[in-house]
Write a protein that binds this ligand. Structure first.
Ligand code: ZN
Length: 163
């Protein structure tokens, strides 16, 4: 008997993410499933919360508001920077993500929002910020995570972090 989904469990799911306009933003069905450590914020908070207690073999539909998904869209988080600040050998494209350095040197994920002739608009808004997320989820496997996985805050082995 496999345990139900709870904090400290390594969980394998298939999922399809659909936006309000019907766009399928992500789909693991037919490909590799997602393996994550439940309770360690590897996935968006609203999805994690609503998967708690689900069992292997269960399929469910989960609706997540922006506040519990990728956050509200914040126009103040957009910043135009001269293209000359980017390495010339990099082909900058909208949607690309990279790590910027915060005030205390901490890494902050940012995305390229717009590319113009002289400027590149970067943003701290996740590309799915402000979107309501509809997930279809199938729970494929659940197991107790190892002590090492719990310490690292992620799952090791196939589908997880290899190191
Ligand atoms: Zn690790």
């Amino acid at each position: 008997m496999k345990p139900a989904i709870a904090d400290g469990h390594a969980v394998t799911i298939h999922y399809r993410l659909t936006l309000d306009d019907g766009t399928v933003a992500d789909d693991s069905f037919g490909g590799d499933p997602l393996v994550y450590l439940h309770g360690s914020h590897n996935i968006v908070p609203g999805l994690e919360k609503q998967l708690t207690g689900k069992n292997v073999g269960e399929t469910c539909e989960v609706e997540v508001d922006p506040s519990e998904g990728y956050g509200q869209y914040d126009p103040a988080a957009d910043q135009a920077v001269p293209k000359s600040q980017f390495p010339p050998n990099v082909d900058i494209q909208p949607g690309m993500s990279f790590q910027a350095k915060g005030p205390n040197g901490q890494p902050i994920p940012v995305w390229v929002a717009k590319v113009e002739e002289e400027t590149v608009t970067i943003t701290a808004n996740h590309p799915l910020a402000g979107q309501r997320l509809s997930f279809k989820v199938e729970v494929v496997d659940v197991r107790e995570a190892t002590e090492e996985e719990k310490q690292h805050g992620h799952v090791h082995g196939p589908g997880g972090t290899e190191h």
